[in-house]
Ligand binder design. Structure first.
Ligand code: NDP
Length: 356
C-alpha cells in the first residue's frame, strides 16, 4: 500500500495505492474471525510506522514482506497474532463479523479493533477486538473516534496524566482534532478555563462556538507564540495537553505555572522531520517544578469500560459533541492520511466502505 519509508511530510503520492481483488482463502485450521470492514480510521501513528527506524511503542510497517506482528519488539501494544503482508496498512476499524470459529463472536457482531485497510480481514488474537454494544443514539462511526482510541486517549490523558483540578487553566494544541476536541470539553466539564490552538480560522470558530472552549487562537497567525499564550493565560498555564510538540511546546514551557503539568500525548510537528526542531526552554521544568509525562493510551485500558459508560452518557445527554471527517471509499484513505499533516481534517477521520 505504500512505497517505502519517508522522511518528509507524507504526500498522497508517497503511497502507492493499488486496489485489487484476490480470492479470499481461509487457511485450514484457522482460528479466529473473518470480518468485513465498514469504517477505517486514519491516525497520525500510521505515519510513524512508515519510518524505517522508529524507537517507539509500535513497530514500523514492513513494505513488501509478510511478517507476524507478534515478532515485533512491541508485542504489548499489538498483542495479536494476525499476519499482514505486502504492506497492507493496519489500523483501527469498525467491522462486521462474517464467519467465526471463536466462541466469543457470532456472525453479524459489530466489532472495533485493529484491522487492515482492505475489505475483508482475517483476524486471530481476537482478545484485541471489542464487541460494540449498538446504541441507536450513538452513531456507529463514533466507536472509532469519540468512543474509540482517540477519545480514550483524551480521557486517559486528561484524567490520569494531567491530575486536573477545578478552576485550573488548561491549554490544548491541535485542539480541533480527534483527541483535542474531547480534551477541551472534558476540561470545561471539570470546571477549568480552556484555550485551544488550531491552524485555521474555521477551527478556531468551532472551538469557541461548538466545542465550548473559553478561547482559541490560530497558531499559524502568531509569529510570537509565547506572547500569544501570555495574552490568553496572563497568570500562566496549569495544564498543557500537548498534541504537537515543537515550537508550541517551547512556547508553552515559558508560560507554565509553578507545579504545572504537561501531558505529552503526541508531537505531530516532529513526525516528518529528519532533523528535529530543538526545544530551547526545557530548563523551565526545573524552576517551575513542572511535571511533564509522556503516555500511551493503551497503558490505561483497564479504564476503557468506565470510559465507554461515562463518555457515552455525556454524549447522549448532549453535554459533549463530537465532529468527524468522513471520506467515502478505501481509495480516499491515502489522501485522508496525508491531510492529517497539513491540518485538513476537522475531528477524527475515517474512510468509509461504500457498501457498509
Ligand atoms: P488530529 O485529529 O489532531 O490531527 C492532526 C492535527 O495536527 C492536524 O489536523 C493539524 O491541525 C495538526 N498538525 C499537523 N501538523 C502540525 C504541525 N506541524 N504543527 C502543529 N500542528 C500540526 O490527530 P489526533 O487527534 O488523532 O492526534 C493528536 C495527537 O495525539 C497526535 O500527535 C497523535 O500522534 C497523538 N496521539 C497519541 C496517543 C497516545 O496514546 N499518546 C494516541 C492517539 C494520538 P491544525 O489545523 O490545528 O494544524
Amino acid at each position: 500500500l505504500f512505497r517505502g519509508f519517508i522522511t518528509a511530510a507524507p504526500k498522497e503520492t508517497d503511497m502507492e495505492f493499488r486496489v485489487g481483488t484476490a480470492e479470499l482463502r481461509i487457511p485450514e485450521g484457522f482460528k479466529g474471525v473473518l470480518v468485513k470492514n465498514l469504517y477505517l480510521s486514519c491516525d497520525p501513528f500510521l505515519r510513524s510506522r512508515m519510518r524505517e527506524f522508529y524507537n517507539s511503542y509500535i513497530p514500523p510497517f514492513t513494505p513488501g514482506s509478510a511478517r507476524t506482528i507478534r515478532q515485533s519488539l512491541c508485542s504489548d501494544f499489538l498483542a495479536c497474532d494476525r499476519y499482514f503482508c505486502s504492506g497492507v496498512v493496519e489500523g483501527f476499524g469498525i467491522s462486521r463479523v462474517v464467519e467465526t470459529n471463536d466462541k466469543g463472536f457470532r456472525p453479524g457482531d459489530l466489532v472495533s479493533g485493529l484491522t487492515g485497510w482492505e475489505e475483508y480481514t482475517l483476524i486471530t488474537g481476537t482478545d484485541r477486538l471489542r464487541k460494540i454494544q449498538v446504541d441507536e443514539k450513538i452513531p456507529l462511526s463514533h466507536h472509532l473516534g469519540l468512543l474509540g482510541m482517540p477519545g480514550f486517549t483524551a480521557y486517559a490523558g486528561f484524567y490520569e496524566v494531567c491530575s486536573p483540578k477545578k478552576g485550573e487553566r488548561v491549554f490544548v494544541s491541535a485542539a480541533c482534532g480527534a483527541v483535542g476536541q474531547l480534551v477541551g470539553q472534558l476540561a470545561k466539564l471539570h470546571g477549568c478555563y480552556v484555550v485551544g490552538s488550531a491552524g485555521t480560522k474555521q477551527k478556531v470558530d468551532l472551538l469557541k462556538n461548538k466545542f465550548g472552549f473559553d478561547d482559541a487562537f490560530n497558531y499559524k497567525e502568531e509569529p510570537d507564540l509565547a506572547g500569544a499564550m501570555k495574552r490568553y493565560f496572563p497568570d500562566g498555564i496549569d495544564i498543557y495537553f500537548d498534541n504537537v510538540g515543537g515550537a508550541t511546546l517551547d512556547a508553552a514551557l515559558l508560560n507554565m505555572r509553578i507545579r504545572g503539568r504537561i501531558a505529552a500525548c503526541g508531537m505531530i510537528s516532529q513526525h516528518s522531520l529528519s532533523l528535529k526542531e530543538g526545544i530551547h526552554n526545557l530548563y523551565m521544568l526545573i524552576p517551575k517544578r513542572i511535571r511533564m509525562e509522556g503516555f500511551i493510551q493503551s497503558d490505561y485500558l483497564h479504564l476503557f469500560p468506565q470510559f465507554l459508560d461515562r463518555i457515552g452518557d455525556l454524549y447522549k445527554e448532549g453535554r459533549i459533541v463530537y465532529m468527524e471527517d468522513m471520506h467515502q471509499g478505501l481509495e480516499s484513505a491515502p489522501a485522508t492520511l496525508a491531510g492529517l499533516f497539513s491540518g485538513e481534517n476537522v475531528g477524527s477521520r475515517s474512510s468509509v466502505f461504500a457498501e457498509n
